[in-house]
Structures are given as structure tokens and as C-alpha cells.
Design a protein. Structure first.
Length: 239
């Protein structure tokens, strides 16, 4: 794993340099950018294996920069921010971010999350669906194509991030099974769970509901099982 290129995008030089030192100690090849434009140029030229992206940049907001990167690349993006509000995490993950860490952060946690995301994308299991999985699943008000990853809610196209779709697919394919947040993370991310990852799953489920549910506060597709986790409403499946 060591040797991968990690692009650090943070306009605060002390933080950029600090992260760079952590990465060098672990054997990674860090690249530093201090503006959004600089980051776009490096991302296109160097093709990094992972990007650490600060939300607050002097020229381009990190959220918009993530959207630009996602137009051409599926590289894992790990957001760094001093903002700890749930709404900030929801926005960051909904635009294509893979993870969200608040400042100040522990060096060990940062490195562990970087390695976890790199293991995920390098895993043989990280592959597009095979042709035999060509399947269209339809429920009242919801249509999910497992091959094209297209989703329609009440007849309108819904743009889901890769992880949102993976979570939805897991729940739909196992409608009578109740998944804990830990299980959903390990199966959707295909790596071991770390502290805080359960919260990440809850944020993803929240954004997923907002996209496919007509009333996210009273969902009919993704149900809560108090004290256990989540399940898909199997009563909507035609027998």
C-alpha cells in the first residue's frame, strides 16, 4: 500500500506540512496544493490515489472542487473541516465525498482512514456489477436498475452517490434482514469499521432518504428498527 500518491489540499501551510509529514512517515508520496485551481491541475496531471480536501479554500470552496473532480474521477476524497455540524457532513458526503474528518484530528485516525479507503479501491471486490446482475427492481413509487445504477423516485431521476446506491442495493437485495450501521459500513465500504464510521452511515442514510422518500421523516422504503439498525420495507415487494 505505501507509495501511493496522496494529494493534500489545504491553504494553511502548517496543516498542509503536518499532514505531509505524517504521510511521509507512513511511506506515502504526498503532493501539496494550497488553492482549488492548483489542486485541479495536480489532480489531472498526477492522478493521485486519494485526495485530502479542506472545505475552506481561498478561491474555490471545497464542496465545489469535489464536484469538479467527480466529473472526471472516482478517486477517494476525504474532507477535512473545522465544521462539525451534521448538515455540513451531509453536504460533503452528498456531493461525492467518501469521508469527513473534523479539525483538530488525531494523526492515527487520519492515517487509518486513508489506508481503509485505499484498501477499498484496491480490493478485487471493488468492481462494477457483472452482466448477470442486470436487474430492474420496482416498488410503488421507486424503480432501481442494479446494472445502470439508475434510480427513479415517483418517476423522476434521482442522482445517488456511489455509496448511497451501494447502501440502497444492500437493503433492497436483503429486504427481511436488519443491518446495523457497522454491518452496512463494512459491506458497503468493504473494509473494517473505525470509530466514527457508524455516524457516517447514518449521514448517508439520511441523505438517501431525502432523495428517494416523499416524506423523509416518515419513510416508507428504508425503515428504522429501534436499537438495531435499518431494513428495507419488504411489504412493498410483490410476492
Amino acid at each position: 500500500m505505501p507509495g501511493e500518491k496522496i494529494l493534500i489540499v489545504d491553504d494553511e501551510k502548517p496543516i498542509n506540512d503536518l499532514i505531509r509529514s505524517y504521510l511521509l512517515k507512513e511511506g506515502f508520496s504526498p503532493l501539496s496544493a494550497y488553492t482549488g485551481l492548483e489542486a485541479l491541475e495536480l489532480a489531472q496531471k498526477e492522478k493521485p490515489d486519494l485526495i485530502i480536501l479542506d472545505i475552506m479554500l481561498p478561491d474555490i470552496e471545497g464542496i465545489n472542487l469535489c464536484l469538479e473532480i467527480r466529473k472526471k474521477s472516482a478517486v477517494p476524497i476525504l474532507f477535512l473541516s473545522c465544521k462539525a455540524e451534521e448538515v455540513d457532513k451531509i453536504v460533503a458526503l452528498s456531493v461525492g465525498g467518501d469521508d469527513y474528518i473534523t479539525k483538530p484530528f488525531l494523526p492515527g485516525e487520519l492515517i487509518a482512514r486513508i489506508k481503509a479507503h485505499l484498501r477499498r479501491v484496491q480490493s478485487p471486490a471493488y468492481q462494477p456489477d457483472s452482466p448477470e446482475e442486470d436487474e430492474l427492481l420496482e416498488f410503488p413509487g421507486l424503480s432501481v436498475n442494479l446494472t445502470t445504477r439508475e434510480v427513479l423516485a415517483d418517476g423522476r431521476p434521482v442522482a445517488l452517490t456511489a455509496k448511497e446506491f451501494d447502501i440502497l442495493k444492500l437493503l433492497i437485495k436483503n429486504p427481511k434482514r436488519i443491518f446495523s450501521t457497522d454491518q452496512l459500513f463494512e459491506m458497503a465500504w468493504k473494509t473494517n469499521i473505525l470509530e466514527g464510521d457508524s455516524r457516517t452511515v447514518m449521514v448517508y442514510v439520511s441523505t438517501l432518504r431525502k432523495k428517494i422518500e416523499s416524506n423523509p421523516d416518515n419513510p416508507k422504503y428504508i425503515l428504522n428498527v429501534r436499537g438495531v439498525g435499518y431494513k428495507f420495507n419488504h411489504q412493498l415487494i410483490k410476492s
